[in-house]
Design a protein around this ligand. Structure first.
Ligand code: PAF
Length: 281
């Protein structure tokens, strides 16, 4: 695996791949790599000549400076994990000035309203920051295919819209959530949980599975009340739970046969913010 630490050397590599007409699969990350990331590379490996990943903790998508500061940075480990996985041909670890040569400004996007729901409402500016960095990475990497985890389902929908709005010829692939044995969705933030917290956090996925059983049997307001009851406890704080239409991401309070729905949840465990979701069958 080749590792590039600046845009200049990386652009030379991309130029060579393009001259050789290689197809490029790309999975951008913020590092602290885990088995969830590996599943992105596995999928990319099957569909492309070259697999590229990036590690960049993007300051403009954090609306909370403490969250940015505490975000795990484990670059040496990440490089080793990728080398051991044998799935990735090149890793790009840009510097801030490679992504933001003209200063760290966010672009503003209109994604048709989905950017204002859920995480957009909870974290103002977050999706403008994600759009800005992903657009720049797409320009530099020039992928044919790009891979994003369904754990950040709203982000996945935003990236699909980004590609549509900018008319980029990149196919976006959503990859299923990878879970710990106890059901906890894999996330770089899990590193900040104690062993006990990891165990108690299993309640998040257990609850989503219950919601799936209740779906179409009891009403949405009743489901919400039950979920709120489950999280009335001292060691976890339910930030939001809702059921939304999978396309519009708008919260619903009743179901219709012709739409797809998904349950979304955010829970704070200590000072770690955990997010998860489940397609309702
Ligand atoms: O999902 C992430 O890790 C980040 O939001 C992304 C897509 C790499 C952009 O910084």
């Amino acid at each position: 695996m080749q590792v590039f630490y600046d845009s200049h050397s990386f652009s030379g590599y991309i130029k060579t791949q393009k001259e050789q007409h290689k197809t490029i699969g790309f999975a951008p990350t913020m590092g602290a790599l885990h088995a969830g990331h590996i599943s992105l590379y596995k999928e990319a490996r099957q569909e492309n000549d070259i697999v590229i990943s990036s590690v960049f903790v993007n300051p403009t998508q954090f609306n909370n400076p403490e969250d940015l500061e505490k975000y795990p940075r484990t670059v040496e480990d990440d490089v080793k994990k990728l080398e051991d996985s044998n799935l990735v041909d090149a890793l790009y670890i840009p510097r801030v000035e490679d992504i933001y040569p003209n200063g760290m400004d966010r672009k503003h996007y209109d994604f048709g309203g989905i950017e204002n729901e859920m995480e957009g409402a909870a974290r103002p500016g977050h999706f403008d920051g994600v759009g800005t960095v992903v657009e720049e990475l797409f320009v530099q990497v020039q992928p044919n295919n790009a891979y994003f985890g369904e754990k950040d389902f709203q982000q996945l929908k935003i990236i699909e819209k980004l590609v549509e709005v900018l008319d980029l010829k990149i196919k976006i692939h959503g990859v299923k959530i990878h879970r710990e044995e106890n059901g906890l969705a894999m996330s770089s933030r899990n590193m900040r949980l104690s062993e006990i917290e990891k165990e108690t956090s299993a309640l998040i996925y257990k609850t989503l599975k219950k919601v799936n059983e209740w779906f179409k049997v009891i009403s949405v307001p009743e489901i919400k009340t039950r979920v709120e009851e489950i999280f009335k406890r001292k060691d976890m704080e339910l930030e939001y739970f809702l059921i939304a239409d999978e396309e519009t991401l708008k919260e619903v309070d009743f179901f219709s046969e012709d739409r797809n729905f998904r349950a979304f949840i955010v829970v704070n465990v200590g000072n770690v913010r955990l997010i998860d979701n489940l397609h309702l069958e």
